[in-house]
Design a protein around this ligand. Structure first.
Ligand code: FAD
Length: 420
């Protein structure tokens, strides 16, 4: 059986690894000169920045991605964050558990009941599932400013949006209760995607860079590249997004209702600030959710477990916020003001290395969390990656859940216990 995979992002390479290991004749076609898409390292002034991610897995070594990596025998080291999170509020940075003190006893009881309900799978349904997640929390716990700011920064950091439907938020909370908090990848994102490319190739697959796919013919089951290659497939895996795959196949092959639904899908967009600070590690392996800020939603410190990601004598901090308007300059200005709120002595202690903006064709997520995506309507074509994340799956954990679904459809495993 021949499988063609378009795109070598983490979604494409995870799938290609399983297909190759299961005897498929796999070819991965990647338009860029490098593999890994938005999940690989970017060397910059002696620092290991990244093309996208914060070198972090939302559920660390106990999440769905780590599970798939284990099944593949991937040699990747993931170190769970400890503490799972911290909070920056009223000028102080503290362990997330201390946040309970901002809830009165009535709110605490309601919050604990909500967490117990979510854990028992008592999730919002019907109209309630579609309401604003933040409003849902307000209805359940009360109008508590600290709680609302915490949910806002969690969503801004984890999903790069400032609200999601209640059904999605409840599943993300369930995922965190089930699989725990985040973890950093030793060596950064590249350690994962390079290993997946290696596994694909070691299992007989080909991973070709500088190969841009320009057309798919689903009748003839052929893929065409810009430099004239023609490949036929039994199954086609697309890691380039739903809209983009529809374009490659041609809109004429889809009914109007489907095209309308595809058109309504929205990406999540955001800005990442890479900061170098002189001296030792500052916060260690954790995430700080920033509540007292205009824009920044959170930050981490990838060099805390991988010193090689920072230049000698420095540590690397990555901060992020969801885009709140299309005025990128103004967004960055406010983001930078926040950097000085968090690190008041930034000018003496370090520097802003690089600001990366993710929008339009290079977003944070091709389909923002909380939108439902149905099966792709063309036979033997499967979508993987961040355009196809089952509900509750945050970032690459959602990508892993989507890959699990694809593998199940192909009869290559059973992952029922992972679904939220
Ligand atoms: C600022 C930021 C921070 C993030 N932080 C995290 C984090 O810490 N943890 C986390 O889990 N997630 C994080 N994410 C999200 C995560 O990085 C992405 O969801 C994930 O990397 C997307 O992977 P993918 O496989 O869907 O797509 P991509 O990585 O985009 O891969 C798609 C590939 O397809 C190629 N391609 C496109 N068109 C064609 C074509 N026509 N022919 C051939 N090849 C083509 C592209 O070049 C690309 O390599 C972050 C994202 C951003 C932007």
């Amino acid at each position: 059986m021949k499988a063609v995979v378009i795109g070598s992002g983490i979604g494409g390479l995870l799938t290609s690894s399983f297909l190759a290991k299961n005897g498929y004749e796999v070819t991965v076609l990647e338009k860029a000169p490098y593999t890994g898409g938005r999940f690989t390292n970017l060397d910059y002034k002696g620092f290991g920045l990244s093309t996208g991610a914060f070198h972090m897995l939302p559920h660390g070594e106990d999440g769905p991605l780590a599970h798939l990596l284990k099944l593949l025998g991937a040699k990747v080291t993931i170190v769970n964050s400890n503490p799972k999170g911290m909070i920056f509020y009223e000028g102080e940075t503290f362990h997330y558990r201390e946040g309970w003190k901002y809830l009165n006893w009535r709110e605490r009881i309601k919050a604990m009941k909500l967490l117990a309900d979510v854990k028992r799978n008592k999730l919002p349904e019907g109209e309630e599932a579609g309401m604003s997640g933040r409003e849902w929390i307000r209805e359940k716990i009360g109008n508590n400013e600290f709680v609302d700011l915490f949910i806002k920064s969690f969503l801004g950091w984890a999903d790069s949006v400032l609200d999601v439907p209640a059904g999605e938020l409840a599943r993300e909370i369930k995922a965190a209760l089930k699989w725990g908090g985040p973890g950093l990848v030793k060596g950064g994102c590249k350690a994962v995607t390079d290993e997946l490319a290696r596994i694909t190739e070691e299992s007989g697959g080909k991973v070709l860079t500088r190969k841009r796919v320009v057309e798919i013919d689903p009748e003839a089951k052929m893929v065409f590249t810009s430099d004239g290659d023609e490949l036929n497939y039994d199954i086609l895996v697309s890691n380039v997004g739903i809209k983009e795959t529809v374009e490659l196949i041609g809109k004429d092959n889809f009914d109007r209702d489907y095209l309308k639904r595809v058109d309504s899908l929205r990406p999540s967009e955001g800005i990442k600030y890479n900061v170098a600070l002189k001296g030792e590690s500052r916060i260690g392996n954790t995430v700080v959710f920033t509540l007292d800020t205009e824009r920044i939603n959170g930050y981490n410190e990838p060099s805390s477990i991988s010193p090689e990601l920072a230049r000698e004598g420095h540590t690397l901090i990555m901060l992020h916020h969801a885009l709140q308007s299309r005025n990128v300059k103004a967004e960055q200005r406010r983001g930078i003001e926040d950097l000085y709120r968090i690190f008041p002595n930034l000018d003496e202690e370090g520097e802003i290395l690089l600001i990366q903006t993710y929008l339009d064709g290079n977003p944070v997520n091709r389909v923002a969390s909380g939108q439902s995506v149905e099966d792709f309507p063309i036979q033997d074509v499967y979508i993987v990656g961040d355009a196809y994340k089952p509900s509750g799956g945050i970032e690459v954990e959602g990508i892993a859940l989507g890959v699990m679904e694809t593998l199940e459809k192909l009869g290559l495993g059973s992952f029922e216990k992972w679904y939220l």
